[in-house]
Ligand binder design. Structure first.
Ligand code: AMP
Length: 365
């Protein structure tokens, strides 16, 4: 069995590390200039040349059984070109939907999944009128290519639109009414081609400067009915898309209920804790799903969490405690860059929070 991954980052790395343990071979397709250190020695890294046909790239990738992706920012045409030769999972439609925030929000609403109120805008004049129609405060996001909080402006009033001056060319945008959330959570789930679905417990996520810093489970403040709502939403979305692989959904928990923020058609940073706390991590689960193997169970006891290593290297002997697991991606350390993470397991949510806080201060002291 061979899986080809579009992308050569840490998500591809962790997928391959799990798959290789199960006897699966990997190859990786990189874009020109893409750093492939994360997947060094894990399989053949292919860089297509302009003019290579799909058949040629498929052959260079070693004729995989499945092509998958570690990122939503792939050209849908480049992704779909493998369909005559092998399975392409998750489906290209899911990738296409999540590449554009307007398409994604329309889809979520069509599926009955609540989102922030939103309006599109192509010009700054339209930003003004859309913001007035929604009511301030609003967040303006580029419809495409925004990630980790980039390409976003928080507007409290019409006067704040001056913040966007100089960025007029970054549109079209999507305006969203600010959601007064209690916490940010996410859910990671998998569906295999035969329709089997497995949903991991919901995690709470804390961001710093727009980048995920920690995730932890269980979310003790979320009610059973809210958790069931999140599970029902992601299950319905996967069924609707005939999704195969791991899908992630970020949500806000509000006094009025669950509000979905965005989907990611892939394994997700907020699901890394599954490596330490689950019979199968999200990476193994993705491999199992796209190869149509039985999915692993997703019930857990105890508590688990993850701290992202953002632009910091750690000295394992100084920082790691017995229930800590270090995952290092093999990248050069640059400020703010995700270079690794540490997973923690603990018997109770309280003990977990305490240890996560301690670890954060040890790492970022
Ligand atoms: P995003 O790029 O959509 O994931 O947004 C990045 C972060 O901005 C989220 O994790 C939230 O903290 C915040 N955010 C995004 N959209 C909203 C919203 N409509 N209301 C409140 N906060 C938001």
């Amino acid at each position: 069995m061979r899986i080809a991954v579009l992308g050569t980052g840490q998500l591809a790395r962790m997928m391959a590390l799990e798959g290789i343990a199960m006897g699966v071979e990997f190859s990786f397709l990189k874009t020109p200039g893409e750093d492939s250190r994360c997947v060094e020695h894990l399989g053949c890294v292919v860089e297509a040349s302009a003019g290579d046909s799909a058949a040629q790239i498929y052959a260079l990738l070693g004729k995989p059984d499945v092509v998958t992706t570690e990122k939503e920012g792939v050209s849908v045409v480049d992704y779909e070109q493998f369909l005559p030769y092998c399975a392409v999972s998750p489906p290209a439609k899911a990738v296409w939907l999540t590449q554009n925030r307007l398409r994604e929000k329309n889809f979520l609403n069509d599926q009955g999944v609540p989102t922030a109120a939103y309006k599109p805008a192509d010009t700054l004049a339209q930003v003004t009128s859309a913001a007035q129609a929604l009511g301030f405060p609003v967040i303006v996001k580029t419809q495409e290519n925004g990630y980790d909080g980039k390409g976003q402006w928080w507007l409290d009033s019409v006067a704040d639109i001056t913040k966007m001056h100089g960025d007029e060319a970054s549109g079209p945008w999507l305006l969203e009414k600010v959601v007064p959330f209690e916490r940010e959570v996410s859910v990671v789930a998998a569906r295999s081609a035969n329709g089997e679905v497995a949903v991991y417990p919901i995690s709470e996520n804390v961001h710093k400067n727009g980048i995920l810093l920690t995730s932890f489970v269980p979310v003790v403040q979320i009610s059973a009915s809210q958790a069931a709502e999140v599970n029902a939403h992601i299950t319905r979305i996967m069924q609707e898309l005939e999704y195969v692989g791991v899908l992630s959904m970020e949500c806000f928990v509000t006094a009025q209920g669950i509000v979905a923020n965005e989907l990611a058609p892939r394994v997700h940073n907020s699901g890394h804790w599954t490596q330490s706390a689950m019979p199968a991590s999200q990476f193994e689960q993705h491999v199992r799903a796209i190869l149509n193997w039985p999915l692993a169970p997703t019930q857990m006891t105890g508590a688990a969490g993850m701290l992202n290593l953002l632009g910091v290297a750690v000295e394992p002997s100084a920082v790691l405690k017995p229930r800590h697991a270090l995952h290092w991606y093999g990248k050069a350390v640059r400020p703010g860059r995700k270079v690794g993470h540490i997973n923690i397991t603990a018997p109770t949510p309280e003990a977990l929070r305490e240890q996560l806080k301690q670890l954060e201060s040890d790492v970022y002291a």
